[in-house]
Design a protein around this ligand. Sequence first.
Ligand SMILES: [Zn+2]
Length: 268
Amino acid sequence: MLNKSSLFTVIIFTLIGSAETIVAAEQLNNVVVISIDALHPEALALSKIPNITKLMRAGAYTLDGRSTDPPKTLIAHTAMFTGLSPGESGKVDNDWIPGEITVEHETIFDNAKAKKFKTGYFFSKERLGYLVNKAIDVHELSQDGAIFSAESFIKTPGRHFVFLHISGLDQVGPEFGWLSPEYLEELSFIDDYLSVLIDTVISKQNYLLIVTSDHAGHGKIHGSDHQEDYRLPLIVCSDIIEVKRFQGISFSVTKLKPLLENLLEVGS
Ligand SMILES: [Zn+2]
């Protein structure tokens, strides 16, 4: 049994403890997930990409990420959004056109919405419209303007959760080859284009920035069962959440959803 004095001590310590917890766990303002379509992890060391390199150095990264089977754009993004394998989600084909049925499983946006974020989804391939659901406040298909639209959205007042899909490497890869000079130059171009967005998110503080991809390729081929086609990187960077535990981990696209749920819980 606690006497009156020790009970008082316990209460005081409890109050101090919870006060410290509140101070330590700051709230995330901006969560931005960038999926660079068809990004081979080895390109990160071969390309001139100062902005992405800055995130890799400040945060943590792994080159040991793996796509779905088959490693194709919409199938892999569905796994990222739902945390489910193609067999579990039922999305086993890589096609979608407007008017067709959209995703019915809970996605990363449902969790972000429940955590009171304003949600934005900016993508550059029509088929990714399959992943639009009611938890998304703003969505836009734009071949060339997705980065700029995401940037404008983040500049509006409030806390934002953004998924940004960037196309380019998925066209240069099949034409010139994965890791070809043209492919590496395209990645430099994308990095340069991301500069303002990344700087904006960092300057607003209390951020979580994730850069990943849906699959890679080999030669001029992708989507096959060649092991290079399954590869992808994961970069995690935050100014308020410890992320070093992600350094060098084995990652899979189906792990993105639980990873985000965990980090949003820490930063909410
Ligand atoms: Zn793709």
